[in-house]
Design a protein around this ligand. Structure first.
Ligand SMILES: [Fe+2]
Length: 542
């Protein structure tokens, strides 16, 4: 008799790297996902794959066999070609009487692009109401993941959920860890609903790693990194380019996805090629921070990036980055794991954007577990002092999305808040975690809607827009106005203006985290363009 546990599609399906005529379709056969997949010593397995133009599969346009490769944990990376641009397709894998279905959408030239960007989804810190919301939003064209898809930490008590596999150190344990995440139903639904493109950050491998260097255990690191890179490939709808030039010691994650004249995504890899963080990876401003040897992209990737950014580039040039690019004076000190540790890489990029009149760059980033909006500053004569000068221009706008679940400690919150007056290029800061950013791009405007789940400890939590920013298109870098706050959630009551939120202490009485202290932010004030304020209540774990 067949049991639920034997479903070989327990990790779901996914599509990725949408192009005008192709897309990558993914699944991994795994009947026992948390224990090496359960496929035993089986060799490559061919499984039927149908591609249709409707959800009922009455109009199948391709019917083929996809290969679940034994060497890659029986994962499938099937590149479908010969597709039409801007077209929805449904795909269905079948095996042993089970089937699994997803929907995808090809890229193409079009009047608008709608996408969600997400990052930092530590499952020990919450459920994924964010992904339920994304799965239900059928108007999205794609999802962009900016890294920390998994966390490499050991199982820990006290949160809404717990890792079910041990802290990964090699290929086998990274496979199990990825499977633990991929078993989440809301995450699966979001993958099945839309094509995704991928960046990564450090926690796919190890906290703050830099290229081939670990801050923790260098002797074990080469094996750990290669194992994590392979398991990452095996669980994502990545294109074959990823396997170049030397799997899995040297892989290619960076790449481009284009939507005609309107927009291109340039996905960066700021982990694999970076030099070691200067100043001992601390919050500081040591002389080494100014050394030109610090490099976050590596010369090959930097040349590739520049070659894709010119005056002839599309209207919007979205740089999908994982860790923040803005300068932030922490008063005192700089966060050298971000681009503040690699200021000459940033300078060269901004110089290129300015000198080549690259139209409308927008940087999207993650990593910090908080929402930020900042204008990125450039001055042709004082490029390294641009963020401190009043006469600098806005070369780009950076939208940093808050985490899907991962929290920000109260120490960091007060550090960031305290330093805001020293950083006037930051237009918005909101420390609440558990959300995502939905973007609507037209030829004239780039809109970013910041969304928050009310409580990620509740799988069914509502998700609401809390603030919206617009960037008006302006091809002349000397005239860019940067981000403007447009509107905020309307379905909350208006209250009298107050200078700031109040912090109210509380303690969990029962359920997860019982006895743990936390705090309410109540009310949190957001100012509307017309001068009025709204409040939004948000439960936040301490
Ligand atoms: Fe993170």
């Amino acid at each position: 008799m067949r049991t639920r546990a034997s479903n070989p599609f327990a990790l779901g399906v996914a599509s990725g790297n949408p192009q005008e005529d192709s897309v990558v379709l993914w699944t991994r056969l795994a009947s026992d996902p948390l224990n090496d997949g359960g496929m035993g010593a089986a060799g490559d397995i061919e499984i039927p794959l149908e591609i249709a133009t409707n959800s009922s599969f009455t109009n199948v346009i391709q019917s083929t066999q996809a290969v679940a490769e034994a060497r890659y944990a029986h994962s499938v990376h099937h590149v479908v070609t010969g597709l039409q641009p801007n077209t929805y397709y449904w795909y269905r894998f079948s095996y042993r009487g089970y089937s699994a279905t997803g929907r995808t959408l090809t890229a193409g030239n079009r009047g608008d692009v709608r996408f969600a960007f997400v990052n930092c989804q530590n499952l020990q810190e919450g459920f994924y109401p964010v992904y339920r919301d994304i799965a239900q939003d059928r108007s999205l064209d794609l999802v962009v993941h900016l890294g920390d898809y998994i966390y490499e930490s050991a199982p820990a008590p006290g949160g809404p959920r717990k890792h079910r596999t041990k802290a990964p150190v090699d290929l086998a344990s990274f496979r199990n860890r990825h499977a633990d995440y991929k078993m989440d139903r809301d995450l699966q639904a979001a993958h099945a609903a839309h094509p995704w493109i991928f960046n990564w950050d450090d926690h796919e491998v190890e906290n703050d790693y830099a290229g081939g260097t670990s801050w923790y255990d260098q002797a074990a690191f080469a094996r750990k990194r290669a194992g994590s890179y392979q398991a990452y490939y095996e669980h994502m709808p990545l294109p074959p380019d990823f396997l170049q030039p030397k799997p899995f010691d040297d892989v290619t994650l960076y790449g481009k996805v284009s939507y005609g004249d309107l927009l291109q995504f340039l996905v960066l890899d700021v982990r694999q090629y970076r030099t070691l963080q200067p100043c001992g990876d601390s919050l500081t401003n040591c002389p080494e921070r100014y050394d030109t040897k610090n490099d976050i992209l590596g010369s090959e990737q930097e040349e590739w990036l520049k070659s894709n950014l010119s005056a002839e580039s599309p209207r919007w040039n979205v740089i999908a980055n994982s860790i923040f690019m803005l300068e932030y004076d922490h008063d005192p000190g700089y966060y050298v794991d971000g681009w503040d540790g690699y200021i000459h890489s940033r300078k060269r990029l901004f110089e290129h954007l300015y000198d080549n009149r690259v139209p409308n760059p927008v940087v999207i980033s993650g990593d910090i577990h908080a929402a930020w909006v900042a204008n990125l500053k450039y001055h042709p004569d004082f490029p390294l002092e641009a963020f401190e000068r009043d006469d600098s221009i806005t070369i780009a706008t950076e939208f940093i999305g808050t985490s899907v679940t991962s929290t920000l400690s109260s120490g960091w919150v007060s550090t960031y808040r305290g330093a805001l007056p020293k950083n006037p290029h930051v237009k918005y800061f909101d420390e609440r975690s558990g959300g995502y950013t939905r973007c609507i791009v037209t030829p004239d405007n780039f809109r970013a809607e910041y969304k928050l789940a009310q409580n990620v400890a509740d799988r069914l939590s509502p998700v609401k827009t809390v603030v919206t920013f617009d960037v008006a298109a302006e091809d002349n870098p000397n005239l860019r106005q940067g981000a403007t706050m447009m509107e905020t959630l309307t379905d909350v009551k208006l209250v009298e203006p107050e200078p700031d939120y109040r912090v109210v202490g509380w303690r969990w009485a029962e359920g997860y985290g019982a006895g743990k202290e936390g705090y309410w932010l109540l009310p949190r004030q957001l100012k509307l363009p017309d001068g009025s304020y709204v409040e939004f209540e948000q439960l936040k774990r301490g």
